[in-house]
Design a protein around this ligand. Sequence first.
Ligand code: WTA
Length: 653
Amino acid sequence: MTDAPTDPIAGAEGGQRRFPPSEAFRRNAIAGPELAEAADRDRLAFWAEQARALRWERPFTQVLDWTDAPHASWFADGRLNVAVNCVDRHVVAGNGDRVALHWEGEPGDTRTITYAELLGEVSRAANLLADLGVRAGDRVAVYLPMIPEAVIAMLAIARIGAVHSVVFGGFSAESLRARIDDAGAVLVITADGGWRKGAVAPLKPVVDAALELPGERTVRNVLVVRRGGNDVDWAEERDLWWHEEIAAMDTTHDARAFDAEHPLFILYTSGTTGRPKGILHTSGGYLTQAAFTHRTVFDLHPERDVYWCTADVGWITGHSYVVYGPLANGATQVLYEGTPDSPDPGRWWSIIERYGVTILYTAPTAIRSFMRAGRAIPDAHDLTSLRLLGSVGEPINPEAWLWYREVIGGGRTPVVDTWWQTETGAIMVSPIPGITDAKPGAAQTPIPGIAIAVLDESGRPAPAGGDGLLVVTEPWPSMARTIWNDPERFRETYWSAFPGRYFAGDGARLDEDGDLWLLGRVDDVMNVSGHRLSTAEIESALVAHPAVAEAAVVGATDETTGQAVVAFVILRAAADLADADASPVLRAHVADRIGAIARPARVHVVAELPKTRSGKIMRRLLRDLAEGREVGDTTTLADTGVMRTIESGMRAG
Ligand code: WTA
């Protein structure tokens, strides 16, 4: 970093400062150095011990079977029920009166749900699903806002051994339909709408539109939670109100156990091609690592902590650290429906103050936007209940890390920067708060039981301090088992670059202390506000517009969102679209096709795109332009004059 720091907190030391845990934190921390020692001694025995913290209806005798690599089996002869582990177990242990969810809607309405009440709700929903003919192994799509029913639905689906595919509520009808068809979902659980930025964002109409598109006809019913109160159309044979159906159901449900490798969920994520990948996770190993990491990385004391992860259940962070990890651990948590700035920019801090939140887990993009808005907003609230802060989704720059600790954490709290992915299922790299001396900006250390390496392209360890590729060298319990409907793509994407080892798609560096720094994606995946987007997926949406002949998309560095989507398009000669109108029209078109999260920040109309002699678009050069940098090496271009043409066109436009 050569620029003078703009924030006084950053100081001259930037990322070089160290923050050891306080003596008091260390003394009360649930994890000590013995954890890593045990894992180093015998990795598989260590994971078996973590798995035994769950309730198994039939204990496992096998730990890992890797003979069918890269398709792993963990704890394969054991049987358990994931929902029983997340709910019933705590009631049986006498903690039924503990609050599971402090839910707050965006308009300010609230619901408090204890573990005993959650058991009743999940049981009713499980009975309803069974009544609707949903069987073990069937897929159910969930398209809901952040309301308790989202958690209840996921647990009810898991309870009967069905497989959920949660689709983030910001995705378009077309994206939703592609996911429904790929998974062959028999049921969609949605809401009329949910509150966002002071208004109701409709969801049921999107489901209706999705199901009207041509394609498979696997969906038998649409179950609709009433939340927004907005008007909705009704297909008599197909649509059912959740509240009407659930009222008739019994609040007890006898759960059966399933194999540890029984599928739990599919979650679609963006890859390097246009088609999203359905990442498949299974039961025993996934829950083991989600629960273990949630306990140790967040130093969870379930009897007194109030935990809040701000992620939506539509993303993996919401699966592992809103639903499965915290509930498996019997945590009390906050669930909030809306946006951080509704009705005012202090909403999050007011939630923390009112519920006495002790552990906060959020994304750097949110932290940076709070930084920009200024510390006066959080300073107006009492945040002294906080004792631990977490970060996830993208690299956190040292300035944001220091601000987070100082302004939100009052200069006292450990900050854990957690690296992981949809595919890894749970946290893989993170400081352990009672042990690690934290280093701002670095994710630092693999968690106990995880083996990481930074390699160069030939598979040799990158030199200390040098950039390389992040690789996981040993299988882990919560690893993705495959890509739904496409095992070959699973092997090819993750296991072919370094045979036998998992290639994450991230660049990384080990510093002289052996601490790990993440450097961002090395493939055509962008990271916008902590959300994964594929350049290819947005390009194919753009070229689907009749006015567009060619398109190239890059992720340009953005101060708040990490990266921003910037598109370069060539319009068709006969296009019925003036250059000046192209940007708003095409931005709206992408939002419509994929969802608002994919809407480009900028669309530049150009006459040509930079291509190599073999016709490959050189996105690196477009990124230089988008970031306002001097354009790099152009010698491999088929036509070296093309960059000048594009640049002068951009200036004119
Ligand atoms: C990025 C989100 C740096 C990374 C849990 C990864 C991070 C992708 C971090 C996965 C972090 C996530 N530091 N980069 N702490 N956490 N990433 O599947 O590029 O939505 O490959 O999972 O986010 O995104 P996904």
